[in-house]
Unconditional design. Structure first.
Length: 202
């Protein structure tokens, strides 16, 4: 990653790194990204690997120049839909996290070449990821994949071709739609269970 600017958490100073094209915040025991990340509008490479981060800020969508995002070995559970705003993103590395759901907006990142979702808790991925014009690889090893998706991939020698063929098929489109609807229903139920006001007809 070239001459990436490296900062430890003790000397992190946003005024110094605001205009740096490459930033390495890995191995710093960070629990969250620094505030004001949306102002890093010159950044092309961001490495936040090997920390204790639980979520990626929605402000990530403002870094339109970002080409590579490395966030492996954290505790990330949710991905913001704003990732879909990163039109220049080519590499997205999110292995060894706790991600369960991949936002459909990621299918808008038409520059993506490689995605690493290995070692997470993912069941299905959006079909549009297989339709990205430049995509060459999506790593899904060690995820609790949908049984049919896993079977299709395992049976073929060229696992990437098998994965791509299957996730762009009408069969998978329908299955993902049903999966997405079930996830949304679960989220609505969780919101009500956490005390939000709901209307129940007698």
């Amino acid at each position: 990653m070239g001459d990436m600017l490296l900062f430890t958490r003790d000397v992190l100073n946003l005024s110094l790194i605001l205009h740096s094209p490459e930033l390495n915040l890995s191995v710093n025991k960070l629990k969250a990204l620094p505030r004001g990340m949306g102002a890093f509008n010159c950044m092309t490479v961001l490495d936040i690997s090997t920390n204790q981060i639980t979520e990626i800020t929605r402000q990530i969508g403002y870094i339109r120049t970002l080409r590579e995002l490395y966030a492996s070995q954290n505790k990330i559970k949710d991905l913001p839909p704003e990732l879909g705003e990163l039109e220049k993103l080519e590499r997205l590395v999110l292995n060894h996290n706790e991600i369960q759901y991949v936002p459909v907006e990621l299918g808008q990142c038409h520059s993506l070449l490689q995605i690493d979702f290995s070692h997470n808790k993912i069941n299905m991925i959006p079909p549009d990821l297989g339709r990205l014009p430049r995509i060459k690889m999506i790593k899904l090893a060690n995820n609790p994949l949908d049984p049919e998706l896993r079977e299709v991939v395992v049976k073929r020698a060229d696992k990437w071709v098998a994965l791509q063929d299957y996730i762009i098929s009408p069969e998978y489109d329908k299955k993902f739609f049903e999966y997405q609807r079930a996830e949304q229903a679960d989220d609505s139920f969780e919101d009500l269970s956490e005390g939000e006001v709901g209307v129940i007809d007698d």
